[in-house]
Structure formats: C-alpha cells, structure tokens
Design a protein around this ligand. Sequence first.
Ligand SMILES: Nc1ncnc2c1ncn2[C@@H]1O[C@H](COP(=O)(O)OP(=O)(O)OP(=O)(O)O)[C@@H](O)[C@H]1O
Ligand code: SF4
Length: 264
Amino acid sequence: MQQPPQLDGVKHIILVMSGKGGVGKSSVTTQLALSLIARGKTVGVLDIDLCGPSIPRMLGLDGKGVHQSSAGWVPVFADEKKQLCCMSIGFMLENKDDSVVWRGPKKTAMIRQFLTDTCWGELDYLIVDTPPGTSDENISIVEHLKAYNPDGVVLVTTPQAVALADVRKQVSFCRQVGVPILGLVENMSGFICPHCAECNNLFSAGGGEAMSEEFALNFLGRVPIDPTLTAMDTDLVKQFPTSSLFPVFSKITDRVEEFATRSQ
Ligand SMILES: Nc1ncnc2c1ncn2[C@@H]1O[C@H](COP(=O)(O)OP(=O)(O)OP(=O)(O)O)[C@@H](O)[C@H]1O
Ligand code: SF4
C-alpha cells in the first residue's frame, strides 16, 4: 500500500489496545503521551475510539474544533510549546454527549480519513488509541498502519480474570494480523492510600505479569488506582511532572522507548 505523506515525519507509531472496554486504555495513552513530552519529545495522539472518544476530555481539549487546511486536518495542540497534539472524533461531534452511531462502512471510511488526512508534521511519537476488542475497526486500523511499519502495540489490562481473558484474545489478534506487541500494562493494580501511602490490592494483583510470562510478552509495569487521574483535567501538561503517576509512567515509558527502538 502506498504510504500517505502525512505520516512521513513520524518516527515512531505505537498502538494502545485492550480486549475490554473501560480498563484504562485512554488513560494509559494520555499518561504515556505526557510522560514522553516531559522528556522533550513531540507527540501526537490519534483517538480512533469512535464509540467513546475520551482523549479530548482527558487532555482538557473539550469543545475545541479541528480546522481543515489545504493539506488536510490540522490536529489540536494541547500545550503552549506545541509538543503535544491530538486528533479525535470527539472534535467532530457538535455536542460532546452525542454518540457515533455509524455503521461499519462509514466507520471504516472515517478511520481511513483520520489516518490519511491528518497533517501530523514532524513527530517523535504518534500514539493511537484504538477501540476496545478485536472488531472490524481494529482490523482496519492495523491494516492501514501496517504500511507505515508501526513499532507495536501496548496492551492494557486490569487484574480481574475477565479482563485478562480478553487480553488472551488480543494477543492472538495481534499475532494473527502480524503487528508486534511492545508489552503489557496492568492498570488499576492496587490502590495507593492517600493517607498512609500503603498499596492495597482491591483485586488480585500480578495477573498481568503472569500473563506476560505465559505469552512471552514484555511486562511494562503496574499502574495503581489513583484518584488524581480523574482530577487532573486542567493544565495537565504542567501538572503531570509533579503528579503521583509521574514516576509510575516514567518507568513504563523507559520500557516502551526501549522496545520501540529495538523493534525498528
Ligand atoms: N489507574 C487509574 N486510577 C484511577 N482511575 C482510573 C485509572 N485508570 C482509568 N481510570 C478511570 O477509569 C475510567 C475508564 O478509563 P479509560 O477511559 O482510560 O478506559 P478505556 O479502556 O479507554 O475505556 P473505553 O473502553 O471507553 O475506551 C476513566 O474515568 C478513568 O479516569
Ligand atoms: S490504607 Fe491505611 S490510611 Fe488508608 S484507609 Fe487503610 S488504614 Fe486507613
């Protein structure tokens, strides 16, 4: 497939996937992006979760609109230094509570347009937040991105058995479509009490690590349940380096960068 020129200036492409909805895929995408820009990287976030585009809200960009230049859609910048930009279906909806009720072919056409018509410019990383599961939309996304040789997939799960079972399907999906898996993140893994800083495992912990071993995946790290994650909604870029999640995502980002470079 011919590569659309809009992605020529992008050095690394990472997909974030989960077998199940609500496990924190968009949160991991956002925190990974913030962690990378804290290292001086330029990052684009492409939110192709057509049924639940939550990245604009998480990046404090709700209500922003995308404008079209002669070269294509111009992503929305999330910071003054213009290190972090975002493209999301959420920017196209008139009302943020509107839902996307398109049928398959229209969704596929929109995904193609997102991937080919957004002018990303020069980026160190493009992080793609995908719909949960192994739907036709996921197949379209991977088929399109394979032409650009993506670095690979960050899989997100939670410790509960049902979410882990969904990751099994996701692993087999990635292997079938031939896209490398960079590793697995176990989200909502314990709760750090804000009073005593003790970590309580609300659900059984360590399932993600055990699954990584079983499938010979890199274990990227655990993210605890952290109430500040939902509270950080304004000036996120400035807030992130002092947040409790900064050290957690620094370690995850170290591993993602290591494996992303290796798979080139
Ligand atoms: N580690 C965490 N600590 C606290 N809250 C979290 C954590 N991870 C995710 N959440 C919260 O859980 C909710 C779901 O997270 P998120 O939207 O990232 O999941 P998702 O997998 O992208 O969902 P979807 O299936 O809708 O795409 C959000 O309100 C988010 O703020
Ligand atoms: S973890 Fe410690 S401070 Fe937090 S609720 Fe339990 S006993 Fe109290």
